[in-house]
Design a protein around this ligand. Structure first.
Ligand code: M6R
Length: 481
């Protein structure tokens, strides 16, 4: 198309790109090299990210800041409809009316060391082990010293819209969607308000009913997931207020949201999301507490108690990480599995889904996550001695029901790996393998139960010889719909 338009426009690249840009449908980022101008690069974009890195005597283009940090920290995020002309020495940016515009340069807030493996074999393992720090970083400065209050610096002008919303809706994809599912359980319990959660790619196409008073949490590690961006646009058109929960500073979702809060997980390189997930959960818990406080649906004592328990989580995660070698031994028993089930009830159901997602992503073992109560409605037919089940069986309000599930699986000769609360005397007598985690309150358990599941997937992928950081067919940021 560009060749034809160029010919019709006497070879004027900028004018031709303006026409092409307006004609193209959908999301794209296009970088053009012309034999006529070998020292020049042109670029246009819509919907998908494009970052210009400004070096000394050299300039760069990338789809996000991470690959640029080893060359430069000065970047410009190119906007939709803009046209970029770039040489090694300089660059010009034009708006859609072909007027040259100037952009503020942003500074990447990351260090080269953040994208190195620090002695770990894989980024995923490094990132799993970073979680005591990243969870703490995501809470840092957000809980007052006397534990009585949560402070979210990113919520200002839109605070009334957040606290007085008629409904909370969580939109996201993949692992971030699972964080949204956890939040739905927790917000309903703490804030006593109607909550919904939806996969962003489904939301837009099911003609959702959105009211102007709705508060929407858009959750994304990269902040560049095309499905989530499109869902936000749809919701904004209907007057909803968008609160972004992103990890990448300056990313598209953080910019198109009305307000929000960053997770402070640091750069996540492994395609399988780990530390970003627990950071998302942490920030969502803080939002839940803040809203509950404003609504008075939790007492000041309850808020204090939850804040104290949240602050204890990083050390508890560190304790679980010490069991990595033990979990490796369990993983060896999964080496030849073809299919697995992951079960959990209540707030642990999304964690079962997340455990199954992690397992299938990096080990290629077929893994299904199910609400444990649904087992008898179908999946129980799958169970035999060759289909191991991972079940989250911590001592929460669903404990006794989950024990029944374990017994049902054992009665069908299924192997059971149970995530249990430290000191549990009953499940070790029934399950084949148990992984003990420390105790916390029901709502906060997901921050702990997810850790052994990450380790289980990692070790299983490793014993199966899989390419853990770059699983087949997957990309870190899914910037196409
Ligand atoms: O960057 P996002 O959080 O928006 O990404 C959403 C999903 O693409 C992502 O979580 C994906 O499912 C991961 N590979 C999960 O490990």
């Amino acid at each position: 198309m560009l060749e034809e338009v160029l010919e019709a426009n006497g070879g004027d690249m900028i004018a031709s790109l303006q026409i092409v840009q307006r004609t193209l449908v959908g999301a794209f980022a296009v970088v053009i090299l012309s034999v006529e101008q070998p020292d020049m690069i042109y670029a246009i974009k819509k919907g998908t990210p494009l970052v210009l890195g400004i070096g000394q005597g050299e300039n760069f283009l990338a789809s996000d800041g991470t690959p640029l940090v080893q060359y430069t920290k000065s970047v410009i995020y190119i906007g939709d409809g803009e046209i970029l002309r770039l040489s090694a020495k300089d660059f010009q940016i034009y708006n859609s009316d072909i007027q040259e515009i100037s952009h503020k340069t942003s500074t990447l807030e990351m260090e080269l060391s953040m994208i190195e493996k620090d002695g770990f074999d894989h980024f995923m393992m490094k990132e799993i082990f970073e979680q005591p720090k990243t969870i703490l970083d995501s809470m840092r400065g957000r809980i007052t010293a006397d534990f009585s209050e949560v402070k979210l610096g990113g919520i200002n002008k839109y605070a009334p819209q957040l606290y007085n919303a008629n409904r909370y809706l969580f939109l996201a994809c993949g692992t971030s969607f699972h964080a949204g599912m956890v939040a739905r359980y927790v917000f309903e319990q703490w804030c006593r308000i109607s909550c919904e959660v939806d996969v962003a790619s489904e939301f837009r196409y099911r003609k959702p009913v959105i009211h102007s008073g709705d508060a929407i949490f858009a959750i994304s590690q990269s902040g560049e997931t095309a499905d989530t961006i499109v869902a936000i646009e749809e919701a904004k058109e209907h007057g909803a207020n968008i609160f972004g929960i992103c990890n990448v500073v300056g990313s598209t979702i953080s910019r198109v949201s009305h307000e929000g809060a960053y997770t402070h997980a640091g750069v996540e390189i492994g395609v399988a999301s780990t530390k970003a997930f627990t950071a998302q959960l942490t920030v969502l818990y803080l939002f839940g507490l803040k809203i509950a406080q404003s609504k008075g649906t939790l007492s000041p004592e309850q808020i204090k108690q939850y804040n104290k328990e949240l602050l204890a989580i990083p050390n508890q995660v560190a304790e679980i990480l010490k069991m990595s070698a033990e979990i490796l031994e369990i993983s060896k028993t999964l080496k030849d599995a073809h299919s697995m089930l992951f079960l959990g009830r209540g707030v642990q159901f999304p964690i079962a889904l997340e455990g199954a997602l992690k397992m299938k992503e990096i080990t290629y073992i077929h893994a299904e996550g199910y609400a444990a109560g649904e087992m008898k409605h179908g999946p129980i037919a799958l169970i035999d001695e060759n289909v191991p089940t991972v079940i989250i069986a911590v001592k929460d309000s669903n404990y006794l029901k989950v024990i029944s599930n374990i017994k049902e699986i054992k009665a069908r000769k299924g192997k059971v790996i149970a995530i249990i609360t430290k000191g549990d005397k009953d499940i070790p007598g029934i399950a084949d393998h148990c992984i003990e985690i420390p105790e916390t309150s029901d709502a906060l358990y997901p921050l702990l139960t997810t850790i052994p599941l990450q380790l289980l997937s990692y070790h299983t992928a490793n014993v199966r010889g899989c390419d853990i950081d770059k699983p087949r067919n997957l990309a870190k940021s899914v910037t196409v719909e």
